[in-house]
Design a protein. Structure first.
Length: 164
């Protein structure tokens, strides 16, 4: 009997212990559910804070990089403008030297300049006007002389005509 009692008592103890383990598991599960929701909310808030910090840091770095690139581009544009001005100045000077040399060579060969040709055209126009004026004056004199000559025989004929 004592052995049965010991078995029974041992069995009750094991059952009680198993029940306690079961209840401890249920308690842990309930606590995990209750605190898990809070933990989840805490993790979401911390994640949002980290995301905000990262976005801010990325924005700052992006703005800084953009400013640096803009400064570099502006500097390059300035250098290009200076080089373009220098090249244009050098090209203009080269063109002037070339034109002066060509003009001297043409002058040595006796080729007239644009100004010489322009003056010749003006002189030709003046001569044409003078010729026209002289031609018109000569034609007018000729008409007067013809008119006078044709009027003379009529006057002589009238004077010699006895019928008059």
């Amino acid at each position: 009997m004592k052995a049965k009692m010991l078995d029974h008592q041992l069995s009750d103890n094991v059952r009680d212990f198993a029940r306690q383990i079961w209840l401890a598991g249920l308690g842990a599960f309930a606590r995990a559910q209750r605190e898990g929701g809070q933990l989840f909310e805490t993790l979401v808030q911390e994640g949002q804070a980290v995301d905000k910090r990262l976005r801010h840091a990325v924005h700052e770095r992006t703005e800084q990089a953009k400013d640096e690139v803009t400064d570099e581009v502006d500097g390059a544009k300035g250098k290009v403008a200076v080089l373009r001005d220098q090249a244009t100045g050098a090209w203009n000077k080269l063109e002037e030297v070339f034109q002066a040399r060509v003009a001297r060579a043409l002058h040595r060969l006796g080729v007239p300049t644009q100004d010489d040709i322009r003056q010749l055209f003006q002189q030709v126009e003046l001569l044409n006007r003078n010729i026209q004026e002289l031609t018109q004056a000569a034609e007018a004199r000729t008409r007067r002389n013809r008119a006078a000559k044709t009027a003379e025989p009529v006057a002589v004929a009238k004077a010699t005509d006895p019928a008059n």
